[in-house]
Design a protein around this ligand. Structure first.
Ligand code: F6P
Length: 361
């Protein structure tokens, strides 16, 4: 048997651990592994791939990024969101199938986020024996309690906050740290709580600047002259005031000044407090994975091979209640897990005085 593997979408710490898990488990079965380069694009004829044997993957678990390369552009991007799912053109899928036939690949493992898994589902529905592995630093796929990469991203946020804390305190400033998270605020929430942020602003909890400014004034009155604010790139104000292109955090070329800069400016205007903004950006996606993400990646890879062995195609690896198992890809896609404003973790934050900007502290 020969297995194909590809990763697609943004890179993520732990991807190489998945590859290591797949290659190791496949080798135990006496199976070969072919790794496609640059996501689904590598399957286009004549095929851009490398043979992965254990000698090729030794020591890669500790590396960030992916040895296969990846892309979130190209011929296989299915448009999702707002209930709309557009398909990859069938002739493109047929070309990929021809490559798989040519290479005699009996199963394909797709490691990707929601969009890539949607493409994987289409391939499965068009006759490709597919196994999905969820990948997102945002940790927002409903069907799995955790994805590799998230813990590494949170560690990067905590490290940044630890550094910002000392300079903010020395200068009695407010410092706003903008982190990733367009739809879900898990990185901001976990990173902010672990890093001792005083204000955390999330896409799921629309905020008012008055509440943020009040929280900072109150801190000053109590003798705490520095404040750390964490804001997710997708955070929104209750008023919708941020829905102007030049002030909205967003992706790539659309981004002409993020929400972090906006919040910092407002804080300075409203409180008179000297304020600085800092955008963590891709520093939270690059670099070595944490031990947790390495282990999770290896387990996900091993489970993907086990699902192939059981013939459970059309399934996605999933982590639930401390166990790695599987769910159907169809049930997993287009289902985001979002922070709830009345959840235990948010209430824990509120109870220790963290301002979420939706009400007075
Ligand atoms: O979806 C993961 C993510 O890291 C988002 O949090 C962020 O908005 C986006 O990717 C950045 O993507 P790109 O690398 O294309 O700028």
């Amino acid at each position: 048997m020969r297995i194909g593997i590809l990763n697609s979408g943004g890179d993520c710490p732990g991807l190489n651990a998945v590859i290591h898990g797949v290659v190791g488990a496949a080798h135990t079965h006496g199976w070969e592994v072919v790794g496609f380069r640059d996501g689904f694009e590598g399957m286009l004829p004549p095929g851009d791939y490398m043979l992965l044997d254990p000698s090729r993957t030794v020591g890669i678990t500790k590396l960030g990024g992916t040895i296969l390369g990846t892309t979130n552009k190209g011929h296989f991007v299915a448009k999702i969101g707002e209930g709309n799912v557009s398909e990859v053109p069938h002739e493109i899928v047929e070309k990929a199938k021809a490559t798989l036939r040519h290479l005699e690949i009996g199963a394909l493992i797709v490691v990707g986020g929601d969009g890539s898994l949607t493409t994987a589902l289409q391939l499965y529905n068009m006759g490709v024996p597919v196994i999905g592995v969820p990948k997102t630093i945002d940790n927002d796929i409903q069907a799995t309690a955790m994805t590799f990469g998230f813990d590494s991203a949170v560690h990067a946020v905590v490290d940044a906050l630890d550094r910002l804390h000392t300079t903010a305190e020395s200068h009695k400033r407010a410092i706003v740290l903008e982190v990733m998270g367009r739809h879900a605020g898990w990185i901001a929430l976990y990173g902010g709580m672990a890093g001792g942020a005083d204000v955390i602003l999330l896409p799921e909890i629309p905020f008012k600047m008055e509440h943020v400014a009040d929280a900072i004034r109150q801190r000053d009155a109590r003798g705490h002259h520095s404040t750390l604010v964490v804001v997710a790139e997708g955070a929104r104000m209750e008023t919708g005031e941020l829905l102007k292109k030049e002030t909205v955090g967003g992706k790539g070329e659309d981004r002409l000044g993020g929400i972090g800069d906006y919040v910092a400016k407002k804080i300075e205007d409203m409180t008179g407090k000297e304020t600085r903004a800092c955008t963590l950006g891709h520093l939270q996606r690059g670099g070595a994975p944490t031990a947790l993400d390495r282990i999770l990646g290896v387990r996900f890879g091993a489970m993907a091979v086990s699902l192939i062995e059981q013939g459970k195609f059309g399934r996605m690896v999933s982590y639930q209640q401390y166990q790695v198992g599987d769910v159907s890809i169809e049930e997993a896609v287009n289902q985001l897990r979002l922070v709830k404003s009345d959840s235990e973790i948010v209430n824990a934050g509120r109870s220790i005085g963290i301002c979420f900007g939706d009400r007075p502290v």
